[in-house]
Every structure is written in C-alpha cells, then in structure tokens.
Design a protein around this ligand. Sequence first.
Ligand code: HEM
Length: 343
Amino acid sequence: MTIQFKTETFRDDFTFSNSPEAIRRFPFPFDKDHYMYAVNIEQHMPGPIKSATEFPIDIDEHYVAEMADRSLVLKQDPLRCQSLPHMITAEWDLLELLMESMSKHYPEHFTLTKDGDRWHWINRPLGIDQQFTFGDTATLPYPPMEYVTRQCQGDFNLIDQRNDNLWMDAGIITSQADWSLDFDLGMNFMEWHAPVPIAHDIGVFDRALKFLLNLQQGRPVRRLNWTMTINPRLDTSPENYHKWGVDRTTVTPENVGDKVHLRVELQALWRLPRSNAIVFSIRCYLIKMEELVTIPKWARRFHRVLRDLPDQIADYKGTTRYRQTVVDWLAKHDDGAPTSPGF
Ligand code: HEM
C-alpha cells in the first residue's frame, strides 16, 4: 500500500487537513452517547483493513509532515527527549519493535535487513539509508530511542517496572496534550496521573496499574483517549502554553468548524523482551469539526458527549472557555435520532 504523504503544517499557517480517506479511518473514540473515565484497555489485535489499527504501528498521510514538526520541536527544546541511563536496553528494544513493524507492514516505504548484529535500515519517505550495529550506540547519529522515534509517528514513553510500580524513565514527547516529560520524568504511575480528576476516586488507576504490571510479552494492548485542540497544533505542551493557550479564547460560532479539533490518542502498550520495560505509544489523530460532521453518526454522538460531559472532566481537558460554543454549533448536526451502541 503506497501512501501519498501530504505537505502540511501544524503551526503558523496551519495547513493540516484530512483527506476523505483519512476521515473514514479516524479512530472515533465514543461507543456511547456519554463519556466517563474507565479502564478501556483491549488487546492490540489487527483491526479492519485500512483502519488505524490494521497494523500495530500506524503510518498515514501525515507522516512526513509530523516528522518535520517533531524535528522543529526538538531543535527548539531538546528536553522533549530524555532517557535515564538505565533505559538504554529498553531504547534498543524500542528501535527493534518499530523498525520490524514498519518494515513488515509498509515494505514499499521501509526496509530492514539484518546480518547478525549488523543492521541496514532504509526509510524512503525521509531519504534515510543507515547501516549500524545493533546494541552499539556509537554507530547511530542519535541514541536509539531518539533515532527511531524521529522516524515514527506518535510520542513514546519507556516505562521501567520495579517495586510493584511503573516509572516514567524515558520518552520522546513532542505532540502532547498539555503535559511535560521534563516535569514527569522519574515519576511513578500514580504520581504522573495525579492531576486527572475523578479517575483516582473510582479506582481506574488502581485497576489499570495492576493490569499493566502483568502485561505479557507478545500480547500488546491499546486504549483510546481524547481531548480537544484549537487549530491543528501537535505541540500543545506546557512549555509552549504561551503560544497556544490564548487560542482557546478565539473560538466563535463562525469559526468552530475550522478551528476546533477533536484530538484522539491511540495509546498502545508492549512489554519489551530484553529490558522487561513497557513502551507506551501515544499516536495523535486530529480532526476538525467540519470534517467530523461529514459522518452524521459521529456528529450526533459527539454533540451529546460534549454537552453532557462532567464539568470536572471538561475543565481538566481545557475546554471550558469554548465548550458551549461548540455544543451549540454541533446541535445543528444532531437530529435527535437514537444512536446504536458501538462506533
Ligand atoms: C492522563 C501517561 C497509562 C488513563 C495521562 C497523562 C499522562 C499519562 C502523562 C496526563 C496527566 C496530566 O494531566 O499531567 C500515561 C502513561 C501510561 C498511561 C505513560 C503508561 C504506562 C494509562 C492507562 C490508563 C490511563 C493504562 C487507563 C485507564 C489516563 C486518563 C487520563 C490520563 C483517564 C486523563 C486523560 C484526559 O482526560 O484527557 N496519562 N498513562 N493511562 N491517563 Fe494515562
């Protein structure tokens, strides 16, 4: 399957948009007309052909533009990529996982050949041809996690497991929904989740942690998370809040369709073979309201979810200033028809 990579931006003039095919494969996250936090974890099994979950690592039309945006973020702020020294084995595990998956599922774009520890990686969309020795960092232009994730869509955390807890000890985070790797590095599962409302009280994080501590190699899992973003901006980090926070004040009834985006994170978790660490991938998908309402059942459902969202969650997701304007706009696309459970 040859992908036509788009030329587009996620900042300044914001030329990002989705093709009709990208809209069809958008991972719409709501299976009901209302939303509440839950341990919504399922096996990361292959989904339908052309869907965002057809392959374990999803590469799409935004690949080249997203990689250019990541490179800009890292140039301005190298602390978006950090790894504690004991995570180097996990970094190599991650490089192997991503290179093997990308070359297996997108062979026209990526090729990996191995001769013992001597590996040869070809990335055609980014024009990269690299020979290196697996396990020898000196043979790559960047450390292994940074090297491979500069070439793979999605943010990545490498999580160490010890003392019956999970520790955020490495990551490359350039397209996050308002949280900071530099702040969270070295924290454990409960500490980095501390700002989330409601979920602690209803036991979501206790159950999720218990589940993840038992994650098995070869049996990856996934979940969907969502928030909203004004303008198709990938880098909504606390570090850059002064650049994008003000955008939330610019939503009007006239520009909702173009400016307001649903932001969905397809998050997957793998147990890694050598390090016993866990990789947590956060693959971000953006869709503007005008694109979303081209699928009538999504328009109806999202209207109801946003209208009835508990205030604490709406606040945490940073939607309070513009939520009502979006709900009013979406109401015109909700004919009141009953929706069926599922996507
Ligand atoms: C939010 C990381 C796994 C549920 C967050 C945040 C981070 C994070 C950094 C933002 C917190 C903030 O506001 O500063 C991770 C990592 C995981 C992981 C690294 C992998 C080990 C999970 C799992 C669940 C979960 C398995 C399952 C229930 C949530 C929820 C939120 C959240 C509900 C709030 C999201 C929102 O409303 O937008 N997570 N998480 N996380 N996480 Fe996780």
